[in-house]
Design a binder for this molecule. Structure first.
Ligand code: F6P
Length: 373
């Protein structure tokens, strides 16, 4: 465990780079602040790399000072900018004759830029895509320390990522608010939340808001059961239902709904649309008026909740602790309430889904929440 006693740069590192990759997320600035302040305190220079790995490809790097990171703890977004399309190993540089995207490996270009700036180690704040993009640099001798970010909470190896609690808070508030319209107009209200293939946001916000139905990607739902559940509530005098639905949820035997495909992105699929589909189906099947709301990027925006500020600060400090202790190529994690670290590549391109035997699913079922199964 790190503390005041480790205020010595035992690893001999003198200059590090820090970058934020993937989608923006509440708490990014809090990590940048913690990393930069800790580094400078220990006599280590910090260079901020702009727009994630894109800044390394295009050589957009700037020094970070204590002033640069003052007063950013509570700010959403990232002062460094981010990109979810810039994996140097597979960077889109144009089109092939058949119209497909032409990719090039720009790792050498990035290595040259790292050498020019004398960057000995990288703190990579991101999700599975960012950890995957960091792997070739780790293999070439740049010490890469990962900090687990994503509102989806789906990063392998850690029980929690920063940003998740804020997304849950935003989604819960939205679910609370649609309650009013649902009850007043005797409607079914479907709220579609983010999370890619993982149902963490839906599960936690659904339970926190007392949603009647929670639909997760991990549990394909039976449309007839969802309709029967809503009708049953109406017949018992509860003339409305609230449904918290993951963007990645799908009906049994059906497919996830893809909102767009971005072939230039390493993770090209963007999910979305299940909320409208479900709302229309329920109205048709039950005759109960139904509406849907897609929360989208509001879940990623704005100030982080207190828990995420604390987690981001702990993660940032622990990343620097690992670096100063000479640990190489590690991902900061929280396991069983304790800070720890795992091999950075173990989190690359892997997703941590909600286990079907998760205690919160059991707790939700015990208060008669329907999961559509
Ligand atoms: O991974 C974070 C996330 O917000 C997902 O929940 C969502 O599916 C995706 O990113 C949206 O990506 P974009 O910002 O590229 O639309």
């Amino acid at each position: 465990m790190s503390g005041v006693s480790d205020r010595v740069a035992t690893s001999g590192v003198t200059r590090i780079g820090v970058l934020t990759g993937g989608g923006d997320c509440p708490g990014l600035n809090a990590v940048i602040r913690a990393v930069t302040k800790d580094a400078i305190f220990h006599g280590i220079e910090v260079l901020g790399i702009e727009d994630g790995f894109l800044g390394l490809i295009e050589d957009r790097v700037r020094p970070l000072t204590i002033e640069d990171v003052s007063d950013i703890l509570t700010d959403g977004g990232t002062i460094l900018g981010s990109s979810n399309k810039a994996n140097p190993q597979k960077y889109p540089v144009g089109e092939n004759a058949d119209g497909s995207i032409r990719f090039k490996d720009l790792t050498d270009t990035c290595m040259t830029h790292l050498e020019i700036h004398g960057i000995e180690a990288l703190v990579c704040i991101g999700g599975d895509g960012t950890m995957s993009a960091a792997a070739p640099f780790a293999q070439r001798g740049i010490n890469c320390i990962g900090v687990p970010k994503t509102i989806d909470n789906d990063l392998w190896g850690t029980d929690i990522t920063f940003g998740f609690q804020t997304a849950v808070h935003v989604a819960t508030e939205a679910l609370d608010r649609v309650h009013t319209t649902a009850a007043s107009h005797h409607r079914v209200m479907v709220v579609e939340v983010m999370g890619r293939n993982a149902g963490w946001i839906s599960l936690y916000a659904g339970v926190a808001s007392g949603s009647d139905v929670i639909l997760l990607p991990e549990i394909p739902f039976d449309l007839e059961k969802v309709c029967a559940f809503c009708l049953g509530r109406s017949q018992r005098g509860k003339r409305f239902s609230i449904i918290c639905c993951s963007e990645g949820a799908s009906p049994k035997g059906g497919e996830q709904i893809v909102e767009r495909v971005d072939p230039t992105s390493p993770d090209p699929i963007r999910l979305g649309g299940i909320g409208k589909w479900l709302s229309d189906q329920i109205e048709d099947c039950t005759g109960i008026e139904s509406r849907y709301v897609v929360l989208g990027h509001v879940q990623r925006g704005g100030t982080p909740v207190a828990r995420d500020r604390v987690l981001a600060t702990q993660f940032g400090h622990h990343a620097m602790h690992l670096l100063r202790m000479g640990k190489r190529n590690r991902l900061v994690v929280m396991q069983g309430g304790e800070l720890g670290d795992v091999e950075i590549t173990s989190a690359a391109d892997r997703q941590r889904l909600v286990p079907l035997d998760h205690q919160l699913i059991a707790a939700a079922r015990s208060v008669y929440t329907c999961f559509g199964d």
